[in-house]
Design a protein around this ligand. Structure first.
Ligand code: LMR
Length: 334
């Protein structure tokens, strides 16, 4: 009798619990989905890196992890993506280093005009102890840097030739959301306006702004050169990216899976950096060939004038960034 009751009770209990057990099992087998949101075209260093990362993860993680890439600000623009990440709506992104001002003052270092003499210096700084320490500079808000990826040096474009700083006076320039970049344009008497990347083409086309600063690959892939008659090969600053995730998401992955994802990411970064090098020269050449925009080289004297007017911006941000960090970046030029 007792036995019968127990068996009956067990059966009823199982009938109640079984659907939940099955649902739990299904959840355990579901892949971990990494939504990777970015704002640029797919034929850019960042776009190529993200796609390579997606493909490597698909190849190696046997369906345990799936990377979904959303390019061209399809999912979020750079002003929204970090907030979305903290809410768990997106798991990875690679905003330009100029877009973290709300979360840390330290990364402003990368916006200081005329700081790095070339991309090799940038690479030395990022891979050195100071650059590596910056990856965790937003841990207190729950964001974790997983690595840097290059785009390249910025060029100035405008509706008129910009050869000396005086040429930029009174012109409206779109800038990324960075106070350093605002100060940089104010230093030459220009009018900077902070706008998302997704709006730049239309702002230029409708002449709501006169100019902007960007890398060769962004100017080419987003067709800014078709609506800007003049580009100055100024190399006055940098657009590189921080690949970022939420600390909570990153730690929620099993150790072995996280290690594989991390490895795939490192390989994707190496691929993206190679694309960045190729595009810096290749996309510049395509713009030149198009005949839509005139590319101006600066003489050493003209360049010295830009440096003289823009470099005082460093002192304004020295307290926020830290002198040690600026010194480390300067040393990477040697
Ligand atoms: C920009 O806003 O101009 C760039 O940061 C876009 C990008 O991600 O390269």
């Amino acid at each position: 009798m007792i036995r019968k009751l127990t068996a009956g009770a067990l059966l009823s209990a199982l009938m109640v619990v079984a659907p939940f057990l099955i649902a739990d099992q299904a959840r355990a087998d579901d892949p971990i989905v990494i939504k990777f949101s970015h704002v640029v075209a797919e034929n850019t260093p960042k776009g190529q890196m993200a796609n390579k990362f997606r493909d490597l993860v698909a190849e190696r993680l046997d369906g345990k992890v799936v990377v979904e890439v959303y390019p061209n600000s399809q999912l979020f623009n750079d002003n929204q993506v970090l907030e979305a990440m903290l809410l768990g709506d997106v798991q990875m992104a690679a905003p330009s280093l100029s877009k973290f001002g709300q979360y840390t003052e330290k990364l402003q270092i990368f916006d200081l005009p005329f700081l790095f003499k070339d991309m090799a210096a940038v690479e030395r700084f990022q891979n050195g102890p100071a650059g590596q320490k910056l990856l965790t500079s937003m841990e207190d808000v729950g964001l974790l840097g997983l690595g840097y990826i290059h785009n390249g040096m910025k060029q100035l474009s405008a509706s008129k030739p910009l050869l000396v700083p005086e040429d930029a006076r009174g012109l409206k320039f779109r800038i990324q959301s960075s106070d350093v970049l605002q100060a940089q344009f104010e230093a030459v008497g220009a009018l900077p306006v902070k706008k998302p990347f997704s709006e730049v083409f239309t702002l230029l086309q409708t002449k709501a702004i006169d100019g902007q600063e960007n890398t060769w690959s962004n100017i080419y892939s987003k067709k800014f050169f078709e609506v800007q008659e003049h580009i100055t090969a100024s190399n006055h600053g940098l657009i590189d990216y921080l690949i970022v995730t939420s600390d909570e998401f990153w730690k929620s992955m099993p150790d072995d899976v996280r290690a594989e994802v991390d490895k795939a990411l490192a390989e994707a970064i190496a691929h993206g950096n190679k694309v960045a090098m190729d595009k810096a020269t290749g996309d510049r050449a395509k713009i030149a060939e198009s005949g839509r925009s005139t590319i101006h080289e600066l003489t050493p004297e003209q360049r010295a004038q830009w440096v003289e007017v823009m470099k005082p911006v460093w002192a304004k941000f020295e307290d926020q960034i830290g002198k040690d960090l600026i010194d480390a970046a300067v040393e990477s030029n040697m």
